[in-house]
Design a protein around this ligand. Structure first.
Ligand code: ZN
Ligand code: ZN
Length: 168
């Protein structure tokens, strides 16, 4: 059985040599950014990564976080989830496209493991003769915690393109 700690260590062990191979200088600050990304299940924003790294490195700038995340995104090592309100969240644990559950009230984002969706890109490509390079599948609604807390807005406006409005 693998624990979360193991998964984080494994992910770091993948990322570090790939970044070094790109000539990227792994300062302790940058390593801390990778550690937060490899450990976070909650799909943090760059601002949240910055907050967490700042606990250990108070002088680190948000710009350093953005640059590191952007490099990882270019390398295909972080999955970027942009929303229509302009907010962006990141998955550094699983960089390949996968479906998510997104809470409209608190902004929680959870990975969704569905057998069907793993073969979906290949099926879509075969059906339409396209070459599929990426895909996006999000389910928006209210998480159990927000439901229990009586969070409102269960309305589903078909014109509303889904956008978390929070930062976490
Ligand atoms: Zn919620
Ligand atoms: Zn994810």
């Amino acid at each position: 059985m693998t624990t979360d700690g193991d998964a984080q260590a494994d992910r770091l062990a993948e990322l570090v040599p790939r970044l070094r191979a790109r000539g990227y200088r792994l300062t302790p600050q940058r390593l801390a950014i990778l550690e937060v990304l490899a450990a976070s299940r909650g799909h943090p924003s760059a601002e949240l990564v910055h907050q967490r790294v700042r606990v250990r490195f108070p002088t680190i700038s948000l710009g350093t976080v953005y640059k590191t995340v952007e490099l990882l995104r270019e390398m295909g090592e972080v999955l970027e989830l942009g929303f229509t309100d302009g907010s962006t969240r990141y998955d550094g644990r699983r960089p390949r496209p996968h479906p998510h559950l997104v809470c409209r009230s608190c902004g929680a984002i959870t990975d969704l493991d569905l057998e069907e969706t793993r073969t979906l890109p290949d099926r879509v490509a075969a059906m339409h003769g396209w070459s599929i390079t990426s895909h996006r599948l999000d389910f928006f609604g209210l998480c159990p915690r927000c439901l229990a807390a009586g969070a409102g807005d269960t309305s589903l406006d078909p014109n509303e393109q889904g956008g978390p409005t929070w930062q976490r």
